[in-house]
Design a protein around this ligand. Structure first.
Ligand SMILES: Nc1ncnc2c1ncn2[C@@H]1O[C@H](COP(=O)(O)OP(=O)(O)OP(=O)(O)O)[C@@H](O)[C@H]1O
Ligand SMILES: [Mg+2]
Length: 378
């Protein structure tokens, strides 16, 4: 149970002409589970390796409970790391795999035995202790790797894409094992994944990086509802947020392709430019308040304002609980909406009206990508 702080951390690899991690600042509270996500090569593993002491940081500090941590030798850091290729010892039993690191310490045989059996019980491995890794399923092997980390009683768990070798179903069940384990142990866990849905499901907080720079750090909810910029908005959520690129003028008219929309009542007055400004309008596929064949606004009796537009249906994918409808706007932009309305499936329906509540519309600056509401508030 530790409080972690990262302050102005930079990492540059030897012979590299650029920093791989740039000014990372981060606070992790006691007992928190955080995920690091971002595109391949953005620095996720590097940050984790800096934590573990496998890489030296170039500048900045890592503190745990207020004490300097980055200058402690790796073997004294009391950190347990689980990697993607969990590398079990094939000739050893599950028991000995889990016990391996403990045997190197000076613990008594009885203590080791208790710890191994406790960990095995926690991970549902009690019946497999005498087996060798080759006699286990992928998920069971992954749990042995977790067990091996667990018995070390670490201050912090570091996990680098631990589930990526598992098939979709096993991923879900093993990630639930990890969540339950975290709920019981309450050890700070830093979990690297490139799967945003996994990060959303598991974490107290998500750190989203791009090119070694933190894009946003906050609860899954914050990243989803209040993305700092267009990159965050598009990275979180599946299918990705729809965007329409265009120009906004001082009177609230938004021109995109050949289309013009009046955004009065939809965009806050404070966001209207003096002359004109290139912006990106965004909304999530699941926020289509209505998908209909004709323009009949659902909110007539309420005070809600809607952004409404007509678009041509190109494809509908029936998903069981909902349908994904792919459309092309009159301005020529491809979008997708998620709806439960059956109308979308009908093959004779070509044109559809889409209504999105004003509050579900996002505005970003075309150049900086920043969320304009955020900028206006600050
Ligand atoms: N030892 C090294 N020396 C020089 N550059 C390195 C070294 N290790 C990693 N890099 C570079 O640092 C950047 C970040 O790598 P890192 O492994 O942290 O990315 P990642 O976010 O974990 O990516 P992935 O999702 O593919 O695992 C990459 O551009 C990579 O090429
Ligand atoms: Mg990596």
């Amino acid at each position: 149970m530790s409080k972690v702080q990262i302050e102005h951390l930079y990492k540059r690899y030897e012979n590299a002409d650029e920093d791989t991690l740039k000014d990372i600042n981060l606070a992790i509270d006691n007992e928190e589970f955080i995920s690091i996500i971002g595109p391949s090569g953005c620095g996720k593993s590097t940050l984790l390796r800096c934590f573990a002491g496998l890489e030296k940081i170039t500048r900045g500090k890592i503190l745990i409970d207020g004490k300097r941590f980055d200058n402690i030798p790796p073997q004294k850091r009391r950190i347990a790391m689980v990697f993607q290729d969990y590398a079990l010892y094939p000739h050893m039993t599950v028991y000995n795999n889990i016990a391996f690191n403990l045997k190197l310490s000076k613990l008594s045989k009885e203590t080791i035995d208790t710890k191994v059996k406790e960990a095995a019980a926690r991970l549902g491995l009690s019946d497999f202790l005498k087996r060798k890794p080759a006699q286990l399923s992928g998920g069971q092997r992954q749990r042995v790797a977790l067990g091996r980390a667990l018995v070390r009683d670490p201050k912090i768990f570091l996990m680098d894409e631990p589930l990526s070798n598992l098939d979709a179903k096993l991923r879900v069940s093993t990630r639930q094992d990890i969540i339950v384990m975290h709920q019981q142990l309450k050890t700070v866990t830093i979990y690297v994944t490139h799967d945003q849905a996994e990060a959303m499901a598991m974490s107290d907080k998500i750190l989203l990086m791009r090119d070694g720079v933190v894009q946003q750090y906050g609860s899954p909810n914050q990243l989803y509802d209040q993305p700092r910029n267009l990159f965050v908005a598009r990275f979180i959520g599946s299918p990705s947020m729809n965007i329409l690129r265009g120009t906004l003028d001082s009177k609230g008219i938004f021109s995109t392709g050949s289309q013009r929309y009046n955004l009065n009542g939809i965009i806050d007055q404070a966001l209207l430019p003096d002359n004109s400004r290139k912006i990106v309008l965004g909304f999530r596929p699941e926020k289509a308040a209505q998908v209909a064949v004709s323009k009949r606004l659902p909110g007539k009796q309420t005070k809600d304002k809607y952004f409404s537009f007509e678009a041509e249906k190109t494809l509908a994918e029936y998903m069981g609980s909902h349908t994904l409808v792919y459309l092309k706007t009159d301005g020529g932009t491809n979008i997708v909406v998620e709806t439960v309305e059956k109308i979308a499936d009908e093959s004779n329906v070509k044109k559809l009206w889409i209504d999105v509540k004003a509050q579900d519309i996002y505005f970003f600056d075309e150049q900086t990508g920043l969320n304009l509401r955020d900028v206006a508030e600050r």
